[in-house]
Design a protein. Structure first.
Length: 288
């Protein structure tokens, strides 16, 4: 199991995306690195192994699972990542107001945001968009906290001239997914990649012969394993635990918006004409 995302993805993005699926001892190494990246740059592989309480070979295996040739390459990548990041502090360094705290958090999120698309490749993105463009039918599946994202994607696809369906009831999702058939597409949103209802619908779609796409936060999650094409978008936070407790979907919302823009460019005049028609309907529905 190794990293299959973009070659320039920083260590933190790789760790967040892969950690849940690493072997337990390798995951301990990866999470330890993430908690103190600066110290890891200064440590040898043996020093890191001693700090974590594992063998040196476990450190090397963990590093290779993250997609690095060896530990020296990881240290260089960590140093580069740290150099790219700027501290986020209140304007005068002492303001402890709620607004200052909000600004700090937003600034930190913005700093981390640039890494969230690093797990994708041109090949996976093109395959995802092409599958949407050529499908006979498109069913969007999303449950729990990902449900609003599924609705947003469905509405945006329809406004771009790509008719898409979304069903709320989980059993009805499975029934509809099973009936999609060859030439159709099931798009599944799951931040954790582990929502049971979503996974059941994905399996039903595959059983019916449909192509299954997913947008998820973690490589080698159950959703990513089931899907034919997966767009992995690491969360802009520190760990799988934070993904479950904070459950931010801001990155996925951003991806959805830009994905539709790329889809429209890919589809050309058909999509642009559809968008113009959608705007015309919207305009007529507004009142002064």
């Amino acid at each position: 199991m190794t990293w299959h995302g973009a070659s320039d993805a920083p260590p933190s993005a790789r760790i967040v995306s892969l950690a849940p699926s690493l072997q337990p001892t390798e995951r301990r190494v990866a999470e330890f690195i993430l908690t103190d990246r600066a110290a890891t740059v200064e440590r040898t592989a043996q020093e890191l192994a001693d700090a974590v309480g594992v063998g040196r070979t476990t450190v090397i295996r963990a590093v290779q699972s993250l997609g690095y040739e060896g530990y020296p390459q990881l240290r260089v990548a960590l140093a580069q990542e740290l150099a790219m990041q700027q501290p986020t502090e209140a304007a005068d360094g002492s303001d402890d107001s709620l607004l200052a705290a909000l600004r700090t958090r937003v600034a930190r999120f913005g700093t981390e945001l640039s890494h969230t698309m690093s797990a994708m490749t041109d090949e996976s993105l093109l395959a995802f968009i092409t599958a949407l463009d050529t499908a006979h039918r498109v069913l969007v599946v999303a449950n729990g906290l990902s449900a609003p994202l599924g609705l947003d994607l469905m509405l945006r696809l329809n406004s771009a001239g790509r008719p898409a369906e979304l069903i709320v009831d989980s059993i009805s999702q499975q029934i509809s997914a099973r009936q999609l058939g060859e030439g159709s597409v099931c798009v599944a949103f799951s931040g954790s990649g582990a929502n049971r209802s979503t996974l059941d619908a994905m399996r039903a779609a595959k059983d019916g012969g449909a192509t299954v796409l997913t947008i998820t936060s973690f490589a080698r999650s159950a959703a990513a394993e089931i899907a034919d094409i997966a767009l992995v978008v690491p969360p802009a936070n520190e760990s799988f635990r934070h993904e479950l407790t904070h459950t931010s979907r801001a990155v996925h919302m951003l991806l959805t918006e830009q994905l539709i823009e790329l889809f429209i460019e890919h589809r050309g005049d058909r999509a642009r004409d559809a968008r113009a028609a959608s705007l015309s309907v919207l305009g007529s529905a507004l009142q002064e």
